[in-house]
Design a protein around this ligand. Structure first.
Ligand code: CP
Length: 312
């Protein structure tokens, strides 16, 4: 693995999950591996979990950590080839990526979808720009279309709490007042395609995810039907993919309630809007796994960094 850009960069999800669970039991067992190595975390967007868990993971491995809020503190970057840079951008990613590569051994990047131009978002200009011109491994800390550190943490959580060998896992859309990207849902779907599970996606019509990602997955437009006998309910809002970046409905009937959840475990990547996406009773109840998921972000990042460090 040269970079960690997608959950599909993992050669065996089962092995990685087991290794991550072993790391969780003894987080400092590889504290010499990252000695005199530096990771640089570049944030073009806000974060709580990704920022702190990735730093913690790196520190468990003995790495030095540098963090930059590139979106507010860095020069505005140009990505196009041959652009006459006489407008707003100050520095080309060609130089920026090569310069960053001299200061660290691994660079991790967060750069969300802008949800204005689908083809631009799908081109992943920030992540791919760095991957093209950097000379060191890149880790995706959530890009326009993928959040593979979250999906790996979710796989760890599923393994830790699975009640049976082939659980039923439902990915349910939920309402949200703002237009949100597809990255978490995309990577969750890609991760579930690697699992031995009954997997169902449910959302209102018009909220179909990229069909190239959901190909082969069961889609059920009736949320109640989808939730029947679920073992895990993973809830996430995303904006329309077909009517790109638009909010088509705020139907509160899709909000997850204790009654809808039944006996299932509740999962969400956080941050979550209480009583819009999910009611308090679910988040505050003992079926919620959201805090465990956030904890597993450390070990998903740690297994990724360990694999990359072993190749340096
Ligand atoms: N789930 C997640 O990525 O959280 P942050 O946006 O706070 O990093």
């Amino acid at each position: 693995m040269k970079h960690y850009l997608s959950i599909n960069d993992i050669d065996s999800l089962t092995i990685w999950v087991d290794e991550a669970i072993a790391l969780k039991k003894d987080p400092y067992q590889f504290k010499e591996l990252g000695k005199q190595k530096t990771i640089c975390l570049l944030f073009f967007n806000n974060s709580l979990r990704t920022r702190l868990s990735t730093q913690k993971a790196a520190m468990h491995l003995g790495m030095n950590v540098m963090v930059m809020n590139f979106g507010s503190e860095g020069w505005s970057l140009e990505y196009g080839d041959g652009t006459i840079m006489d407008q707003g951008t100050s520095e080309h990613v060609k130089e920026a990526a090569q310069v960053v590569s001299q200061y660290c051994d691994i660079v991790a990047i967060r750069a969300f979808a802008k949800l204005i131009d689908k083809s631009k978002d799908e081109a992943e200009e920030v992540l791919n720009g760095f991957a093209k011109y950097a000379t060191i491994p890149i880790v995706n800390m959530e890009s326009s279309i993928a959040h593979p550190l979250q999906a790996l943490a979710d796989a760890i959580t599923l393994k830790e709490f699975q009640p049976k060998t082939k659980p039923k896992v439902v990915l349910s859309w939920a309402p949200h007042p703002k237009a949100l990207p597809h990255a978490v849902a995309n990577s969750f779907v890609e991760m579930m395609k690697l699992q031995d599970a009954e997997f169902v996606i449910t959302h209102p019509k018009g909220y179909e995810l990229n069909p190239e990602i959901t190909t082969g997955c069961k889609i059920e437009y009736d949320q109640d039907k989808a939730l029947e006998n679920a073992d895990f309910v993973y809830v996430k809002n995303w904006s329309s993919y077909v009517d790109y970046g638009n909010v088509l409905t705020l139907d509160s009937g899709w909000k997850i309630t204790k009654e809808k959840l039944g006996h299932a475990k509740f999962m969400h990547c956080l941050p979550v809007r209480r009583n819009v996406v999910v009611e308090d009773a679910v988040l505050d109840g003992d079926q919620s796994l959201v805090i465990e998921q956030a904890n597993n972000r450390t070990y998903s990042a740690q297994i990724v960094l360990k694999k990359l460090l072993e190749k340096l």
